[in-house]
Design a protein around this ligand. Sequence first.
Ligand code: BES
Ligand code: ZN
Length: 615
Amino acid sequence: MAPVSDPCSFSSFSKCLTRHINLSLRVDFEARALKGKTELTVEVLEDKFSVLTLDTKDLKIFKVSANGQAAKFEVGAQHGYKGSPLEITLPFELSRGQHVIVEIEYETSPSASALQWLSPAQTAGKQHPYLFSQCQATHCRTMLPCQDTPSVKHSYYAQVSVPKELIALMSAVRDGQEPDPTDSSRVIYRFRQPVPMPSYLIALVVGALESREIGPRSRVWSEKEFVDQAAFEFSETETMLKTAESLAGPYVWGQYDVLVLPPSFPYGGMENPCLTFATPTLLAGDRSLSNVIAHEISHSWTGNLVTNKTWEHFWLNEGHTVYLERMIGRALEGEQFRQFKARGGWKELQEAVHQFGANNTVTNLVQNLSEADPDESFSCVPYEKGFALLYHLEELLGGPEVFMGFLKSYIQMFAYSSVTTEEWKDYLFTYFKDKVDILKKVDWSGWMHTPGMPPFKPQYDSILADTCISLAQRWHKAKDADLSGFSEADIKQLSSHQLIEFLALLLLEDPLPKSHVKRMQEVYDFNSVKNSEIRFRWLRLCVKSQWEEAVPLALKMATEQGRMKFTRPLFKEVYNFAKFHDEAVKTFKEHRDAMHPVTAALLSKDLKVDQSTVF
Ligand code: BES
Ligand code: ZN
């Protein structure tokens, strides 16, 4: 097979592969730095091998050795978001098949983009500092020198020294703790991850954490203020795991825990092995946002076991994961619910294509990232165009059971490795060798390499969506004189999923007149709704309608939590409301220092504010 290169990485993975990482770190909250060493066990793939290139960003490298002998090294110039190559010259030559242990003593920067350091004031408990990491897609290199590409997989072991009031957790199985022999105010936590995984799944959290058991292989972790709520919200975890296993095969990671992070966590969920990271905005109080957990559970197969070879094939991770997430939804709530969610996903894709423009290549399923930072091209396209393609194939090839047969077999075939879109497609043709005529009729280049909406629109059943559609149409068409006809009863029978869909449909249309959103508040009182997905769409709708009173509420939501899916559109909406343009910028500048580094960087681009954190 032709070697694939990763445009987001400097590392020489066609010449050598990291097989194991041994980390030994001290978490220094005063200096806001991780200090210690990384030991990489590297397998050599060519003869006369003596130069190894790793990815780093904002790291201070003190010393490098190879099999215990000092090695020369050079940190290259910084290339924007990619960071700097670390070129290590071994004091000896190696041949194909040999291994070398490379040890690097280093320290991270306080502005490392993988890490957010929270002061005690920024935590729920207010007593202790807190640290969490987020490495996907290309931030692991700010935490440790490594081959920071999803094409390389390794196991890892780690020991982490932290102040003894705090607990450390990683994306691994907990392997005990002991007092730090060098410092009586500290404890060392140990972790082992025996399953080979890509660097972007290395994760660390340190804080005043508590936990509750929620299943035979699951606990929830968070500051004590949220732990009971979290245990309630995520109580379906074991049922979802069992459902996923029945669909996709055995769960190989042992433990499946969920960590609820502080509100600045930039994503809904992150599939860190053994320990999903989740935003507290999932705590709706009624388990209605638990599909995010189904999604992260699904990544245990698609993403973590079978991984996209480079970020250009990110849709393989997310498209298949959304497909599995919706199959779990189907098993728990029924086919109508899956159809409803699939239909909603298609609408989201329409919105994204409309926003980016139908000729914008970020709307391609397969991306070209030679010049682009994956954080900047992040969107729902790989999720929803990917899902739509898989659903289209499902329909062509014989329905959900038949297509799950393929997916399970694909997972088995490529488990523990990384794949490209071509390899996926080749396997699809191999698995369905009797249906190649059907597969040949698919407009592959239209689906994969063409911007805009897909070449084929699946027909989703609209039973659960119909009430949302007709209510949204009523509001859309209403004249001022019709507003008295709306009442609380309109939404009495709607689930929170349907309320989300109702608001999403209105957001696809031209803004409602201000009189309409004011009336909507009178009859439905959405201002008092806490469910983050409803509140987010409601506040966007109000700001779009230029209802001034909604602006402070929108900015409050945008800053009280930092999930980028909510925070970025809320800020942008206020920014586009001419009268409040400056207010949006001012609010951002006031909160920037307390924000997650990636959120702050992307928001400064969105709001065209000079970047203080350059990365
Ligand atoms: N792996 C992603 C989050 C991610 C993607 C982080 C790219 C960094 C770079 C995660 O699995 C995800 O997709 N989360 C979604 C959940 C949703 C699709 C159910 C989210 O955060 O909202
Ligand atoms: Zn995902």
